[in-house]
Design a binder for this molecule. Structure first.
Ligand SMILES: *Cc1c(COP(=O)(O)O)cnc(C)c1O
Length: 233
């Protein structure tokens, strides 16, 4: 089942890229393995997946401790509290969910201590939903300027989680707004590489790709529905 799902997702990514006049290799598939057992991660790895997304530090670290091939990259995609920032540096290849100056400063401090560079994305709450974390579109330029100046952080782009809607076409403007912000920041904050737009999930990744996504974060379409046995933060 996992193999068939993955084949389908990859085909959809390739088709969406083609529609947008882009090459499928421009798009990284992050398989979101939160709540899923390590056995499934290993199967996906054997099927060629090298990027995995997790949203809880503790869960990710226990998986990481048991399974850490050299070429596997863990992506932190969930809200991150500053008091867990020390655990993230060195374990994750990229933090997609940097939503405050304080968090960025803390990550920078630990990255300096460990003499490591950390790739980060700024999470933008484009639709300004109160249930979601992330900076607003309006706040992003000033925060980007401040965060870009912090040592040992590589500001590589932007991330968003689109609102839940019945028709995925409705989120297209959200993705477009994030891309436009990225284009603007490329000029205004040249210290960032701005190479990544992390947008698109199970319900809308093909639309995100049409709008310029370079990283899609797909969970359910690969691993199946999630069953939560414990309370989520
Ligand atoms: C859970 C999660 C995903 C994956 O969601 P699916 O709908 O299962 O594809 C992507 N991004 C973030 C930030 C998530 O928390």
């Amino acid at each position: 089942m996992l193999a068939a799902n993955l084949t389908q997702v990859r085909a959809n990514i390739a088709r969406a890229a083609e529609r947008a006049g882009r090459r499928p290799e421009e798009i990284t598939l992050v398989a979101v393995s939160k709540t899923k057992p390590l056995e499934m991660i290993k199967i996906a790895y054997d099927l060629g997946v090298r990027d995995f997304g997790e949203n809880r530090v503790q869960e990710a670290l226990s998986k990481f401790a048991e399974f850490h091939p050299q070429d596997l990259r863990w992506h932190m995609i969930g809200h991150l509290q500053s008091n867990k920032a020390n655990k993230v540096v060195g374990a994750f290849a990229c933090v997609h969910s940097v939503d405050s100056l304080h968090l960025a400063q803390t990550l920078s401090r630990y990255a300096q201590k460990q003499e490591l560079h950390l790739s980060i994305l700024l999470e933008v709450n484009v639709a300004e939903e109160s249930s979601k974390s992330g900076m607003t579109l309006a706040e992003a330029p000033e925060l980007a300027r401040q965060i870009a100046a912090l040592p040992q952080l590589q500001l590589d782009g932007l991330m968003t989680v689109a609102p839940l809607v019945d028709d995925p076409e409705k989120v297209r403007p959200v993705f477009r707004a994030l891309r436009q912000l990225r284009d603007r920041l490329r000029n205004e904050v040249p210290q960032g590489s701005w190479q990544h737009l992390s947008m698109g999930m199970t319900d809308d990744y093909w639309i995100a790709i049409e709008e310029g996504s370079t990283i899609v974060r797909v969970g359910r379409a690969i691993f199946g529905e999630r069953v939560y046995t414990k309370e989520q933060p």
